[in-house]
Design a protein around this ligand. Structure first.
Ligand code: GUN
Length: 292
């Protein structure tokens, strides 16, 4: 193995410790407990797991959490009514609507309804719009892309002037990650299902962010020697040696890529823990903004 392993679990723990220390100071000063409201519509197993981890993290850091579980067939009007009530609720600092929503619901309308000061996911059109424009500051940056950038900074990887390739253009990861890299003066190429000669494009990358949702798609011979590889993928792969019958793997073929890259995130234990750590940071920030 030539690549340095990027220990997302340990780095996320440092971030969480920092948040917990500020939360404890706030409590000692008689300030409110930063509180996150999560909204889960329907019974997707993966979404339920993520939402549960977010609530658990709040508890572990001394923060508050309120979970709203809504049936899959809830109406748009009812969901919007809940969002409005959370916007008005002074005990709630951050609102997170777990995505994806069932297809009958209008995600765009739901996200734009969330008060910008409580938009800890950074998905409201105002926050994303500010991220996309020069000289504008979003109040909150989406958690997974922010976690990827945090890992690069922590490892001392230079972003300015680097050739960065982002695989995937989703609203949750690929697009905001690309915007963040541009704002840090990287030269960014966004790849997707219609990209031609993908391996050749990826070979130009000093920094690769893989968020395409395809099991171990990125091969060792796609990687420039010494590149930093951030794997956002979370795919389950059949594995008869596991009790569950599967194991979690990324969008990158770890065994091959670790022999060529300079830095690599493992799956699990890379980007995943960073998403929650950044969410905790954003929720604390929301409470601080709302104190004023
Ligand atoms: N679904 C997958 N990732 C995320 C995330 O970061 N936030 C929300 N709200 N939904 C998601």
């Amino acid at each position: 193995m030539t690549a340095k392993l990027i220990d997302g679990k340990a780095i996320a723990q440092e971030v969480r410790d920092g948040v917990a220390a500020v939360v404890a100071k706030r409590a000692a000063a008689g300030k409110s407990k930063p509180t996150l409201a999560t909204v889960l519509v329907g019974d997707r197993v993966d979404s339920a797991t993520y939402v549960k981890s977010k609530g658990k993290a709040c508890e572990e850091l001394g923060m508050g959490s309120v979970s709203h579980y809504l049936p899959a067939d809830i109406s748009q009007a009812e969901l919007e009514k809940l969002i409005k009530s959370l916007n008005d609720d002074k005990t709630v600092n951050g609102i997170l609507v777990q995505l994806p929503l069932p297809s009958h619901l209008n995600e765009e309308r739901v996200l734009q309804l969330i008060s910008i000061e409580k938009d800890v996911d950074g998905f409201s059109p105002i926050n994303i719009g500010r991220l996309a424009q020069k000289g504008r500051e979003p109040l909150f940056v989406p958690c997974t892309p922010n976690g990827c950038i945090y890992l690069l900074d922590k490892m001392g990887i230079q972003i300015e002037g680097a050739n960065a390739v982002v695989l995937g253009r989703s609203n949750i990861v690929g697009m905001p990650a690309s915007l963040l890299l541009v704002s840090r003066n990287a030269t960014v190429t966004i790849c997707h299902s219609r990209t031609k000669n993908l391996p050749d494009v990826v070979r130009q990358a000093d920094i690769l962010i893989a968020a395409i949702g395809k099991t171990e798609m990125v091969r060792g011979d796609w990687i420039k020697t010494g590149a930093a590889v951030i794997d956002v993928g979370m795919n389950s792969k059949p594995d008869a040696t596991k009790k569950s019958g599967y194991r979690l793997v990324g969008d990158v073929n770890f065994e091959e890529v670790k022999e060529v890259a300079g830095f690599i995130t493992p799956v699990p234990g890379g980007v995943g823990p960073m998403t929650i750590a950044m969410l905790m940071k954003n929720t604390l920030r929301a409470a601080e903004i709302q104190d004023k």
